[in-house]
Each structure stands twice: as structure tokens, then as C-alpha cells.
Design a protein around this ligand. Structure first.
Ligand SMILES: Cc1ncc(COP(=O)(O)O)c(C=O)c1O
Length: 362
């Protein structure tokens, strides 16, 4: 039934977000992060919109994602920062993709492949990819040695968004890295460690570029601040039609495990959306959806391809459009509301949506 589920992506909202974010961090450059199928919005179409909106860079996790963009004709600069063991970077060179390298081995492979430039990725405290501080002298020395042929265009790191103090400590480490590289005579044009959260609230971390993921899609990176409060518009709306409506007597079990038994006679509506589409099953019996201007609770367990809502005594018909999430300022549930329903984060709600769902760009 996936063809009945529609993810509508409003291009004007994406453009609005880019303009808002650009103004917020100017004069820093901005990268729109389009990894994970553009956070569920559809990689190629979304990257095209961002490119048209004038972002300076597009960011992806890996070279597979980068090549998809290039093969679709995207020409904006693309940075990729997660690489398979033994990556040769030949695809990066062939497709004009800029790799961020996390160590000497990656640097040398990228140089040997003839990439146009590299960004050096340093670990300032996230403890994921990126060279740790003890590795910086060797990595920087080698990068400076090949700088004439493969320029060190950027220095990047990534924040843990733990607390202002922790982010500040990471920023201080980043400044040490910049200083160490500067002492070797190289000052990368693009210095970037802030993503959405720090880009919006930690002005000292913006340096010369900010990598915006979630905020570019109009979803707040914060639990306590809505997208509207940040001046952003959620670009994606998820809808599906009601496929079945039936009256259920009080006490009758609904969906697997009968975790829901209505206290009084009620009407339930079946919506053909389930966890196979990327909707988290942990939102069972907790999330809400809207039909028109009415909000209804998801009842019982979310199944692989269906969920059930309790519409009480309202008149709901087969074919009525159910909005699972969209822009809360329009009276819909937001991705954050769904996240709250299953104890997750809004990132998961949008990035988990199955790539097979129909996406419509308006
Ligand atoms: C290295 C890097 N930069 C930027 C981002 C974008 O983060 P956000 O969506 O919080 O803006 C991510 C996403 O996880 C990332 O891994």
C-alpha cells in the first residue's frame, strides 16, 4: 500500500529555511547536509532545491551518496566524511567529490587518487571519526607536504551537543588544531564544526562555515524550541488515506496484543502506514494524527503496514486524508510530536522514512 502514502515536500519551505539560516550565520558559508536520503526528503530532488537556493556546499556521509548526487547532475561542491576501510577515493576524484579525511591513510589514498582538495577531519571530543589530538602533528605535516598538489581546503570537526561547557571545550580543541596547522603555514579556507544546534545558538562555533542538516528541513534540533520559534518551516508532510472504518464495541481488542480495548463503543479507522514504512512501533497507542482539523490518537499496536486510530463518534470515511505529521503551525502533529510519542528524536522520524514511499515535490 506504500503507493498510497505520500510524503509531500514543499520546496518553498526548504528555500525559506536556507534563506533564514544563511541570514542567521552570515558571513559564514552554509552547507546543507543531505545524507540519509536528505533526512528522508529524497536526496536528489532535495539537493537540487538546496543547490537552487544557493547553498555553498552539500554534505553527505559517504561516497555512495555523493556519487548519486553527481550522477543526477548536481554540480554544487559536495563533501563526504565517512569512508569504508581501504577506500581508494577514485570515485571521489572521478566525480569531483571532496573527501574529509580522518587520518594519514585516508589522506594519502585521496592524494594518490588525485582528488581536487581535502578537508581534514579532527576529533575534538565526539570520539567518532576524525583524527585524535595525538595524531594531528603527523596528519597535518603530511597534509601540508601535499598541500601544493591537493590543497587542504577545510578543517572540520563535529560537536557532541552535550552542554555549552562541553561544546566550548571542543571549540577550544578546534582552535588548537587551527593553530597547529597555521604554524605549519596552512590556514584552511573552510573551518567548520557547527551543525544545526550550534549553528543556531553558539555563534563562536560558526567560524567560516556551518553544516545544517535538520534545520534546513525546518525541524528543530532542540527539545525545548519549536521550528516556528526558530523561524523555520517543516518542509515535509506525511499523509495517507483511511482505508477501513468500523465500529468497535466497548471492550473489544484492537490490533496485535489487544493493548487497546475501548472503554465505550467507538469508531476506528485503519491507516495503511506501519513500521515497514519507517514509522516507529514504539509510538503505538501514543502518537496522534489529524484528519481535517481534528486530532486523533493512534490506538493499539502499530503493525508492519497499518495503524489504527480512534475517531470516537466522528464521521470519518474511507479515503479521508490522514496527516501523520507536518507543520505544527497548520494544526498538524510535528515530527517532534511523533518523536515524543516513542521517546526518540525528530531526526529519527524523518530519516527513517522508507525510501520506497512516494515523494511529491510542490
Ligand atoms: C558531520 C556532520 N555534520 C553535520 C551534520 C548535521 O547535523 P544536524 O542535522 O544536527 O544539523 C551531521 C549529522 O549528523 C554530521 O554527521
Amino acid at each position: 500500500m506504500t503507493q498510497e502514502i505520500t510524503l509531500t515536500v514543499e520546496k518553498a519551505a526548504l528555500e525559506h529555511n536556507i534563506a533564514t539560516l544563511r541570514a542567521a550565520v552570515a558571513p559564514a558559508a552554509i552547507m546543507a547536509v543531505v545524507k540519509a536520503n536528505a533526512y528522508g526528503h529524497g536526496a536528489v530532488e532535495t539537493a537540487r532545491v538546496f543547490e537552487g537556493a544557493g547553498v555553498d556546499w552539500l554534505g553527505v556521509a559517504d561516497l555512495d551518496e555523493a556519487v548519486v548526487l553527481r550522477e543526477a547532475g548536481i554540480t554544487a561542491p559536495v563533501l563526504a566524511w565517512l569512508h569504508a576501510p581501504g577506500e581508494t577515493f577514485e570515485r571521489a576524484a572521478a566525480h569531483d567529490v571532496t573527501p574529509a579525511v580522518s587520518g594519514v591513510e585516508q589522506l594519502e589514498a585521496a592524494v594518490a587518487a588525485g582528488v581536487r582538495a581535502v578537508h581534514l577531519c579532527v576529533d575534538t571530543g565526539l570520539s567518532r571519526n576524525g583524527a585524535v589530538e595525538s595524531e594531528w602533528p603527523e596528519l597535518f605535516r603530511r597534509a601540508v607536504a601535499t598541500h601544493d598538489t591537493v590543497p587542504v581546503e577545510g578543517l572540520m570537526s563535529h560537536l557532541a551537543n552535550t552542554s555549552p561547557a562541553d561544546d566550548g571545550a571542543q571549540m577550544a580543541a578546534f582552535v588548537r588544531a587551527t593553530g597547529m596547522l597555521g604554524d605549519l603555514g596552512v590556514e584552511p579556507r573552510l573551518q567548520h564544526l557547527a551543525a544545526s544546534a550550534a549553528g543556531l545558538t553558539f555563534s563562536g562555533a560558526r567560524i567560516t562555515m556551518v553544516r545544517f542538516g535538520i534545520a534546513a528541513y525546518g525541524v528543530s534540533p532542540f527539545d525545548d524550541r519549536s521550528s516556528a520559534e526558530l523561524g523555520l518551516r517543516p518542509a515535509m508532510t506525511m499523509t495517507a488515506p483511511v482505508t477501513t472504518v468500523k465500529r468497535v464495541p466497548a471492550g473489544e481488542g484492537v490490533s496485535y496484543g489487544y493493548v487497546f480495548r475501548p472503554e465505550r463503543d467507538t469508531t476506528i479507522a485503519v491507516v495503511p502506514v506501519g513500521y515497514a514504512d519507517g514509522v516507529d512501533r514504539a509510538a503505538s497507542d501514543r502518537a496522534s494524527v489529524t484528519i481535517g482539523d481534528r486530532t486523533y490518537r493512534v490506538r493499539g499496536r502499530i503493525a508492519m503496514n497499518a495503524l489504527v486510530i480512534d475517531v470516537g463518534d466522528d464521521l470519518v470515511e474511507v479515503g479521508d486524508e490522514v496527516v501523520l505529521f507536518g507543520d505544527p503551525t497548520l494544526g498538524r502533529q510535528g515530527a517532534s510530536d511523533w518523536a515524543a510519542a516513542f521517546g526518540g528524536i525528530a531526526y529519527e522520524v524523518i530519516a527513517s522514512l522508507s525510501p520506497h514511499l512516494a515523494r511529491r515535490y510542490v
